[in-house]
Unconditional design. Structure first.
Ligand code: NDP
Length: 345
């Protein structure tokens, strides 16, 4: 089959493309300019005509994907901004929401499309609460939407991004629910937490790393954890998944009949950065030459830390029983090797 991957030059998407090609799919990747497709053409050259790029300059325009969706069997929609630099929340919300609606609408009249996978996020699930909570796929982050509606530009950077992901995923389910019965495809949304691990997209300097990879680099590799207070690396907990595992989940999401109509949390572990720091310092031989310069933080301080936000894995392990996760050691080693080879350390 042929799969359309939007935002194909992104950190996660490049691994999605590679995983699909390795599984025998043909892939058409959308990029915003010819230039942004060149690196992919290089790394996937051996797949010849099984990989192509198409330019979709502005994903927010109605009909933007009308040409790109023609003749594909499935779509993986990953293109969406992920950064904390927006002043106006609309900078994130407009491309996230309109891009999602646009690609789904373009696919409404394409009978070859059997499934659409939207890369959502736990950002559309979790809320900051005063007590610990185990979040599941039935939770929606209303808090971030309320924050941007009431606070506008003054909303926190996290809430601006989280609102963009929540509103985009809600829009995807609305388009699907309004049309199901009349269309040939069903919808799957994947909700990963922070995504870490080696990159294969076009990154030649640390400043070009995406938001999640840059945070990992700043926390684990840069001296004094990039200036983060010790408290921020020992007690601020997130969940993470390796980029190769979320890419595999995107492939499984196309293959598993039972995934149709489902929202799925894809997470390996809850963590604090001290956990990665301890592993990075324990690797022998060190994957990076400047081993002795790695921050130490407060060794062992992550052990036993109770995160406020944890996730229910029941549904995902039932639908994707074969999804195996890279260990924290593997992710750490491979990321350090990659950083050292690609951007220096
Ligand atoms: P990247 O920034 O590496 O890739 C984002 C992709 O989306 C790029 O192709 C980018 O194109 C495209 N894009 C961004 N903004 C726009 C826009 N306004 N119009 C058109 N295209 C746009 O991000 P990731 O790979 O990290 O993220 C991919 C997806 O995964 C996103 O939907 C993100 O929300 C989601 N996600 C990421 C997580 C993470 O930790 N990395 C965690 C959870 C979810 P260009 O290069 O031209 O800017």
């Amino acid at each position: 089959g042929k799969v359309l991957v939007t935002g194909a030059n992104g950190y996660i998407a490049a691994w999605v493309v590679r995983t699909l090609l390795e599984k025998g799919y043909s892939v058409r990747g959308t990029v915003r300019s010819e230039q942004k497709g060149l690196h992919l053409k290089k790394i996937f050259a051996s797949y010849k005509e099984k990989f192509e790029t198409v330019v979709v300059e502005d994903i927010t325009k109605e009909g933007a994907f009308d040409e790109a969706v023609k003749g594909v069997d499935a779509i993986e929609h990953t293109a969406s901004p992920f950064h904390f630099k927006a002043d106006d929340p609309k900078e994130l919300i407009t491309p996230a929401v309109n891009g999602t609606i646009s690609v789904l609408k373009s696919a409404l009249s394409i009978p070859s499309v059997r499934r659409i996978v939207v890369t959502s996020s736990v950002a559309s699930i979790l809320e900051d609460l005063p007590a610990p909570k185990v979040f599941s796929e039935s939770d929606w982050n209303e808090q971030a939407i309320i924050a941007v509606n009431t606070e506008g530009n003054k909303a926190s950077p996290a809430n601006k991004y989280r609102a963009s992901k929540t509103l985009a995923e809600k829009a995807a389910w609305e388009v699907y629910n309004a049309n199901k019965g009349k269309i040939s495809w069903d919808l799957v949304t994947l909700c990963p937490p922070m995504v870490y691990g080696p990159g294969i997209h076009d990154v030649s300097s640390p400043s070009a790393l995406g938001t999640s990879a840059a945070d990992w680099y700043n926390s684990v590799v840069r001296p004094n954890s990039g200036g983060k207070p010790i408290q921020a690396i020992t007690s601020v907990a997130f969940g993470y998944v390796d980029v190769r595992d979320i890419a595999m989940a995107h492939a499984l999401a196309l293959q598993k009949e039972d995934a149709g109509g489902e929202r799925l949390i894809i997470i390996n572990k809850e963590f604090v950065f001290q956990d990665f720091i301890d592993i990075a310092n324990s690797l022998s031989p060190s994957p990076i030459p400047s081993h002795t310069d790695l921050p130490k933080g407060s060794p062992g301080a992550g052990k036993g830390f109770q995160p406020m936000v944890t996730y229910d894995r029941t549904k995902t392990s039932k639908i994707f029983p074969e999804l195996k996760y890279h260990t924290m050691e593997e992710t750490t080693k491979d990321t350090l090797e990659d950083l050292s080879a690609r951007v220096g350390s």
